[in-house]
Write a protein that binds this ligand. Structure first.
Ligand SMILES: Nc1ncnc2c1ncn2[C@@H]1O[C@H](COP(=O)(O)OP(=O)(O)OP(=O)(O)O)[C@@H](O)[C@H]1O
Ligand SMILES: [Mg+2]
Length: 485
């Protein structure tokens, strides 16, 4: 695949449906005229079919696609005008030229009324005919392309933010379209950073529920004890601190879609309750006695292998089957490298725009590096790499030197880029003065230590969490938040 020079193409690019060679039907009872037109027009690159009378022409029109009709008017059986009338019925867009030795205004008017675009009086100049044929073929090709382009824009509009043209991504687009029309529960799987979140939203925003809420809940980021009340809501007094009734996200998503991200993190008791929602569409608020009905579509996502969790007894098998009604798998980026240039350009345009930098292209060498790298963090990692490159680039073209050092032709593999050199002096507290931002400062602090711990642990997350004296759950939450893995 060559590197794209135009803006990224999304779904259903019209070039996939490049028009076939234009097909011309010549109808004339004069053999020399038929032969002459056939030879000349074939030489000009058209597919030429010939018929020696009106009936034969109708036969061809019935069997074949004809883009342009070139017909004599006076023939023994049917007239050219009759042939034109029939041709119009088969193909409303057909381009038609009439030829005759006896110009009569009457037939000319009738032919024009039927949409013949021109009229040649024999003898005519072959060059003039060739020119007109070419002009009309070109015009109808453009018209056709516009139709295809419009159609592509319409169908892709809602996933315009999901870039890809590789086979597996085209299959994903098709799948999104199909499942958006249903109400089925969907399970989206794929490694971290492959676009599960994007796909979940695309399904919702293309579904009948698009005007209703899309509510996302990350089951891995919320402490287990809070997950239940978060999802189902609670009644006053249900637990210490529950000083008023509260709606859960399931209620917030009523008539819309609830997106249960990282479903593999759900604990056993929550799994039972979720199963109940999926089976009966019923639930209770925490501490509540009333049964509530839930009209929600459930989309779940995970980067874990649920069947393995099932085998290990960590995920209920019945719940797995309830969720996995329709599965959408997002392949890792390394298995669809043809999407890399497209994505890179997309992110380049995005970040160059955001940072108001006039970087228009990616150099060949930078492309080569991007293509050779394995992208363990998938699209998210690519997005971060381009963001960083755009930030540091001084040239009007992205050069390989601006890419993160780990994006090496050898495939690198170290997705962790040291955040700081480890010696950065964070021990001094900055002065509290105008413009101080505690939250940003706090984040810097977290980012620094999580990066450092990951480095020390060689990227082993459980070890890094231990080093920080942090639960694995919280660690993962922050590592993800700061894109450190
Ligand atoms: N095909 C794509 N086209 C454009 N951007 C994409 C694509 N896939 C992913 N991205 C971008 O990459 C980032 C990660 O995507 P997303 O959050 O959907 O991944 P995920 O599979 O949900 O990851 P995780 O398992 O870590 O939650 C987002 O910024 C998203 O916009
Ligand atoms: Mg996600």
């Amino acid at each position: 695949m060559t590197m794209p020079t135009t803006s990224p193409r999304v779904l259903d690019a019209p070039s996939d449906e490049a028009p076939a060679r234009p097909r011309i039907l010549v109808v004339d009872d004069e053999p020399s005229m038929r032969d002459m037109l056939r030879i000349v027009l074939r030489r000009d690159g058209y597919d030429v079919m010939v018929a020696e009378n009106g009936r034969e022409a109708l036969g061809v029109l019935e069997r074949e696609r004809v883009d342009l009709l070139l017909s004599d008017i006076r023939m023994a059986d049917l007239s050219g005008v009759d042939v034109l009338r029939a041709a119009r019925q088969m193909n409303g867009d057909i381009v038609a030229f009439m030829m005759t030795a006896y110009a009569s205004t009457e037939t000319a008017v009738e032919a024009m009324r039927l949409g013949a675009v021109d009229y040649f009086t024999k003898p005519f100049s072959m060059d003039e005919l060739r020119l007109k044929v070419r002009q009309h073929v070109e015009a109808s090709r453009l018209k056709q392309e516009n139709v295809l382009l419009k159609r592509a824009l319409n169908t892709s509009h809602s996933f315009a933010n999901i870039i890809g043209r590789s086979e597996p991504m085209l299959a994903v687009f098709k799948m999104i379209e199909t499942i958006a029309r249903t109400n089925s529960t969907v399970l989206i799987t794929g490694e971290s950073g492959t676009g599960k979140d994007l796909v979940a939203r695309a399904v919702h925003y293309n579904s009948m529920r698009r005007d209703q809420p899309f509510v996302a809940l990350n089951c891995g980021a919320i402490p287990e004890t809070l997950l239940e009340s978060e999802l189902f809501g609670h009644m006053r007094g249900a637990f210490t601190g529950a000083d008023q009734n509260k709606k859960g996200l399931l209620e917030a998503a009523e008539r819309g879609t609830i997106f249960l991200d990282e479903i593999g993190e759900m604990n056993a008791s929550m799994q039972v309750k979720l199963l109940r929602v999926l089976q009966d569409r019923r639930f209770r608020r925490l501490g509540g006695t009333d049964e509530m009905r839930a009209d929600v579509r459930v989309i779940a996502a995970t980067n874990q292998e649920l069947p393995r969790l099932v085998a290990e007894g960590r995920f209920r098998e019945d719940l797995f089957y309830r969720i996995n009604v329709i599965g959408v798998h997002l392949p890792p980026l390394r298995d669809r490298t043809e999407d890399v240039p497209l994505l890179a350009e997309h992110f380049l345009a995005k970040f160059a725009g955001q940072m108001e930098k006039a970087i228009r292209a990616i150099s060949r060498e930078a492309y080569e590096r991007l293509m050779a790298y394995r992208w363990p963090g998938n699209v998210r990692e690519l997005e971060n790499a381009i963001e960083r490159a755009v930030a540091v680039e001084q040239a009007p073209t992205l050069l390989p030197e601006s890419l993160p050092p780990y994006v090496r032709p050898d495939g690198g593999g170290a997705m962790l880029e040291p955040v700081h050199d480890g010696s950065a002096g964070l021990s001094d507290f900055p002065a509290l003065q105008e413009g101080f931002d505690l939250e940003a400062r706090g984040e810097d602090f977290y980012r620094h230590y999580i990066g450092l711990a990951l480095e020390r642990s060689g990227g082993v997350q459980t070890r890094a969490a231990e080093l920080l004296g942090m639960s694995f759950r919280s660690f993962r939450y922050y590592a993800k938040k700061f894109n450190l893995r």
